[in-house]
Design a protein around this ligand. Structure first.
Ligand code: PNS
Length: 166
């Protein structure tokens, strides 16, 4: 089956990610969402297994669970793509700053194995959402329910109960 790889940290998945995955499914019919967990990135909020569970929950909420596989991979994104037989890598673009970083990664990845990257623009009303700010807002008791799927909002409430907040 043809698929495309959408790699990321997904710590946690938010509605901007969901929009990009929905677009990938609409355009290509199937997507593989892969939680990349390399040694360089430490201090994650959720374990890899929990992030995968939350991705599955988010995709079920969006009604596209059947068109998306969820995997985890430690290593290079191009190797993760090869491991699932992906035709190419799909990345979401939010800001101009994203473009600079994504362009460098895309060109580097192409230079390593000839794997192409396709950019999908995140829809305008979700442009501003980032996992980093979702974590920060939830940690200090702010509301993130408009930025994340319901299952993620529930998981963040469990992770940061009101009595434990700084
Ligand atoms: O959600 P993020 O943190 O923006 O995702 C970044 C990620 C994990 C997709 C990127 O860091 C990545 O592809 N890491 C895998 C390592 C790799 O392939 N390095 C070479 C990239 S040029």
């Amino acid at each position: 089956m043809a698929t495309v790889l959408n790699p990321g940290s997904f710590d946690p998945i938010h509605l901007g990610h969901v929009d990009v995955i929905e677009q990938a499914v609409e355009l290509f019919g199937h997507a593989t969402v892969t939680v990349m967990h390399n040694l360089e990135k430490t201090g994650a909020l959720f374990t890899v297994e929990r992030r995968m569970e939350l991705i599955r929950g988010a995709l079920a909420e969006a009604g596209i669970g059947g068109e998306v596989d969820v995997t985890a991979f430690a290593g290079l994104a191009v190797h993760a793509a090869a491991a699932v037989g992906a035709a190419f890598i799909v990345k979401g673009l939010r800001t101009a700053a994203d473009f600079e970083i994504e362009q460098q990664m895309a060109l580097t990845n192409y230079s390593v194995t000839g794997m192409h990257t396709v950019y999908l623009p995140c829809r305008a009303d979700r442009h501003y959402i980032s996992s980093r700010f979702v974590r920060e807002i939830a940690r200090y008791g702010g509301s993130v329910s408009h930025m994340v799927p319901r299952c993620v909002a529930d998981a963040l409430r469990e992770q940061f109960p009101p009595d434990d907040r700084p």
